[in-house]
Design a protein around this ligand. Structure first.
Ligand code: ATP
Length: 313
C-alpha cells in the first residue's frame, strides 16, 4: 500500500457510525463543567456526514517513494535518532540514539520529566522537525531528509495535532479554526464547511461556531482543537500534554474522547506527557529520561490491559 493509498484508506475509515461510536464511548461532553445548556448535541445525523468520500475526492500524492510494501511494518519508526541543538559553539544532545517503532492502532504514551526530550521527540514524530542524525520512517518511507514544504504536506495529510495551549488562532472563530487544515488541503469550500459543522457537532460545540477562542472555556477550546485535529481524518493524532491546562474532570473527558477514537476508529494516538495518570489509557508506555528511552512498558499483554496501574519501577 502506498502512502497515498494509505491516506485514502484512512479517509474512508472515518465512517459516521464509528465516529458517533466515539462520541458515545466518551462520557458525553454535554456534562462538561461550565457547559451552557445549548450544548446538547445528541442525535448527530450520520446520514449527513460529509466524511463519506466520493471516489474522485482523492488526496494528492505525497510524492514520496515507498521503499517497502509490508503492511505489518510500523507506522512510524525511529532508528538511532539524535537531536542536537546548537547554541553558538555549544552543542546539546536532547535525544541520544532513540530507537522506537510505533504500529498502527497503538495508544502510545511518552512519559518523562521536564527537560527529558518529550517535545523534541514529538516534533520528530510529528514531522515538525528532522533529526540531526538517524532516520525517521513514516509508513516505511524515510522522511528524515525532506524539506519543510514536503514535511508540511505529509503533516497535513497524516497527523492531527493537539497541544496543551490549544494553539487556536485567536482572531478566528471556532468554525474557522476547524476549517483551517481543510483549506490547507484545498478542500472544496462547501464540503469543508460541512465537515467543520459535523466535527463541531460531534464535540458538542455546534452552538459555538461563531465564538472566538477567548469566548470559550478551556475544555471547549481543547474540543475545538480535537475537531480541528480530525478535520482531514488523519491516521495519527499527536497530543502534547493535552490536559495540561484543564481541570481533572474536563481533562478526563478529553482523554475519554481520545480513547474512543483509538478504540472505535483505530486511530493511532501518541501523547507526550509528564502526567502519570495518562498511562492508564496506553497500550504502551515509553519512559524517557535525559534524551534516552529508559524502558518501554507493553500494557497489551494478557489481552486488554488498559486502565491497570502504571509500572512504577
Ligand atoms: N531549541 C533548543 N535549543 C537548545 N536547547 C533546547 C532547544 N529545545 C529544547 N532544548 C533542550 O533540550 C532538552 C529537552 O527539551 P524538551 O523541550 O524536548 O523537553 P520536555 O521533556 O518536553 O520538557 P517539558 O516537559 O518541560 O516541556 C531540554 O534540556 C531543553 O533545554
Amino acid at each position: 500500500m502506498t502512502l497515498t493509498e494509505m491516506i485514502e484508506t484512512f479517509k474512508t475509515k472515518l465512517s459516521p457510525s464509528k465516529i458517533i461510536g466515539s462520541l458515545e464511548k466518551a462520557a458525553s461532553f454535554n456534562d462538561e463543567p461550565g457547559n451552557g445548556s445549548g450544548e446538547n448535541d445528541q442525535g448527530v445525523d450520520e446520514k449527513n456526514s460529509p466524511y463519506i468520500y466520493p471516489a474522485d475526492n482523492s488526496v494528492k500524492s505525497s510524492g514520496i517513494t515507498r521503499t517497502t510494501q509490508n503492511e505489518k511494518d510500523p507506522l512510524i519508526k525511529l532508528t538511532d535518532v539524535w537531536k542536537i541543538y546548537q547554541m553558538g559553539e555549544i552543542e546539546f544532545a536532547a535525544l541520544k540514539g532513540i530507537n522506537l517503532e510505533i504500529c498502527e492502532g497503538e495508544f502510545l504514551v511518552v512519559l518523562g520529566p521536564s527537560g527529558s526530550g518529550k517535545s523534541t521527540l514529538m516534533n520528530l514524530l510529528g514531522c515538525l522537525d528532522t533529526p540531526s542524525e538517524g532516520t525517521v520512517y513514516l509508513n516505511s518511507e524515510d522522511i528524515s531528509g525532506l524539506d519543510e514544504s514536503e514535511l508540511a504536506r505529509i503533516r497535513g495529510q497524516m497527523i492531527g495535532f493537539i497541544f496543551q495551549s490549544f494553539n487556536l488562532i485567536p482572531t478566528l472563530s471556532t468554525e474557522e479554526n476547524v476549517l483551517l487544515p481543510l483549506e490547507f488541503q484545498e478542500e472544496d469550500r462547501e464540503i469543508a464547511r460541512k465537515k467543520a459543522s459535523y466535527l463541531l457537532e460531534i464535540v458538542g460545540l455546534s452552538d459555538k461556531k461563531k465564538n472566538l477562542p477567548s469566548q470559550l472555556s478551556g475544555g471547549q477550546r481543547q474540543r475545538v482543537a480535537i475537531a480541528r485535529s480530525l478535520a482531514v481524518n488523519p491516521p495519527i493524532i499527536l497530543a502534547d500534554e493535552p490536559t495540561g491546562n484543564l481541570d481533572t474532570k474536563t481533562g478526563d473527558y478529553i482523554l475519554e474522547f481520545l480513547d474512543g477514537l483509538h478504540e472505535r476508529e483505530g486511530k493511532t494516538i501518541i501523547i507526550v506527557t509528564h502526567d502519570l495518570d495518562l498511562v492508564k489509557y496506553a497500550t504502551r508506555v515509553v519512559y524517557i529520561r535525559d534524551g534516552e528511552i529508559e524502558k518501554i512498558e507493553d500494557r497489551r499483554k494478557n489481552g486488554s490491559s488498559k486502565k491497570k496501574e502504571p509500572d512504577m519501577n
